[in-house]
Design a protein around this ligand. Structure first.
Ligand SMILES: [Zn+2]
Length: 473
């Protein structure tokens, strides 16, 4: 999932310097030629849930790591017996320190479904055209996953020994709610393969103005937790020619109207406080002013109402719950015996599913309406801290690669696998370095693409970032 962080910063109007980043790539260095082949192989290995195989992709990666000199004992292929095609791969490059904790490179191998008939080009062939790479996964997130194992291979071949060990986990199931989730499986079953000071993941990155100018870079620090609830009403029903007011569909409709009108209370994390201050100062409208006022006084209800006119702000400020699916009745000429709806909640960091359910029940305030939690139950979102040891190198490299372009900490309104690692005490950051366009690059949609320069610049940036973190005391 990459889109939410992109949407998140769409409201920021850049006032500082921007960097013109789009132009033809020119000749590749030999290391870039090798990386391109790895990226192409990964993109062209179909890893959709329906027909693809993450296990196959993981096996190819494990083979490359071993060719680069990793002993078999430092490369682990894993899968669950009932999900044979949804495997992943973990690896470790040992550091020199026996006391410093490792850092973890996290990525997902799976991609969202893509139908050839709907696409302009074959979604599982890497096509380079008009300074873009086209194919499913080019943006979300095979460029980064390939960069992770490519840098592990290069470090090994260069006999490079950082202070901290560098672990890597490339997993399956990030894109599909009910699929086997490799990151969750590792956190629960093989924490030894992922335990780290912190993890680096997708979810950050820059955004252009759509005309090749990079406006800002973001580092994702925290996300909300997804949780679904079902609300349901039942009734004895009967013949529709003799209706009464007591009706399952009307009761459900009344309950849904109450859910629509209920607003969860305003909250901030350290990340969103900085985001609201920075992003509020950059936009010169009443929403920007209200954002700044709200940071100073989170109890300012008028400021909250104005700031929340921006739908992204609205979601960043609170838990949100919205009706997303509906079912009910069984015949045109019968009074309904049952009606139900799915309520999709995005729970603010630190809040629980139980408290969210209780808030919904209080808002509906009707004992005839049954509210149940729909599995899977995601962990409570725990936001990572704005650790200077994480922020410092990210800021320094943003200034080096993209002089004058600001780095903004951002909380995602969407979800990544970071939530599973944070649940076992591994803060997870969505790193800056590459960039995308304001339309989201077709990630999860049609004709997914990624800027050729963003792929190669991102790879160089991430290599420097990993070295900086791995050599920190
Ligand atoms: Zn993703």
């Amino acid at each position: 999932m990459k889109i939410p962080a992109v949407f998140l910063v769409a409201a920021v109007t850049a006032t500082g310097a921007v960097a013109q980043v789009e132009k033809p790539m020119g000749a590749l260095r030999p290391d870039q030629v090798k990386y391109r082949a790895l990226y192409k192989e990964l993109v062209e290995t179909n890893t959709t849930l329906s027909e693809g195989s993450c296990t196959q992709a993981a096996q190819k990666i494990a083979a490359h790591l071993k060719e680069a000199g990793f002993p078999a004992s430092d490369v682990t292929l894993f899968s669950a017996p009932d999900h044979p095609r949804e495997g992943g791969v973990a690896a470790v490059l040992h550091g020199t320190s026996t006391t410093l904790k490792p850092i973890l490179l996290l990525g997902h191998l799976d991609v969202v479904e893509a139908k050839r008939a709907d696409w302009t080009r074959d979604p599982f062939k890497l096509v380079e055209e008009n300074n873009y790479f086209y194919a499913r996964g080019t943006a979300d997130m095979k460029a980064m996953s390939a960069a992770w194992f490519d840098l592990m291979m290069r470090f090994k071949q260069q006999n490079y020994h950082p202070k901290r060990s560098i672990k890597m986990a490339l997993t399956c199931g990030e894109e599909t709610t009910y699929a086997f989730n490799g990151a969750n499986w590792l956190a629960k079953n093989r924490p030894d393969l992922v335990s780290a000071q912190f993890a680096l993941n997708e979810g950050g990155g820059g955004e252009t103005d759509g005309h090749g100018n990079l406006q800002h870079q973001t580092i994702q620090v925290g996300e909300k937790a997804v949780q679904n609830f079902r609300i349901e009403t039942v009734n004895p029903g009967g013949h529709s020619s003799i209706p009464i007011r007591d009706n399952a569909i009307y009761e459900l409709a009344d309950a849904l109207a109450k859910v629509r009108n209920y607003e969860f209370p305003v909250k901030f994390t350290d990340t969103t406080r900085i985001y609201f201050a920075k992003a509020g100062a950059q936009r010169h409208d009443e929403i920007g002013k209200a954002m700044a006022r709200l940071v100073k006084n989170p109890g300012d209800a008028a400021a909250a109402a104005i700031a929340s006119k921006d739908r992204i702000n609205h979601s960043l400020l609170r838990t949100t719950c919205v009706a997303t699916l509906l079912d009910g009745g069984h015949a045109n000429n019968a009074l309904p015996q049952r009606a139900g709806a799915n309520i999709n909640c995005r729970i603010f960091p630190g809040e629980t599913a139980a408290a969210t359910q209780a808030a919904l029940a209080a808002a509906i305030n009707d004992p005839k309406v049954k509210i149940t939690l729909v599995p899977p139950v995601r962990p409570i979102a725990i936001p990572p801290s704005l650790d200077p040891k994480v922020m410092g190198p990210a800021e320094a490299l943003t200034a080096k690669y993209y002089p004058g372009v600001p780095l903004i900490p951002a909380m995602s309104t969407g979800a990544t696998d970071g939530i599973f690692l944070e649940a076992i005490g591994i803060p997870t950051y969505g790193v800056p370095g590459d960039w995308s366009d304001p339309d989201g690059n077709g990630a999860h949609g049609l004709n997914e693409r990624q800027s050729v320069r963003a792929v190669y610049f991102g790879r160089d940036f991430w290599t420097d970032l990993v070295k900086a973190y791995a050599n920190q005391d």
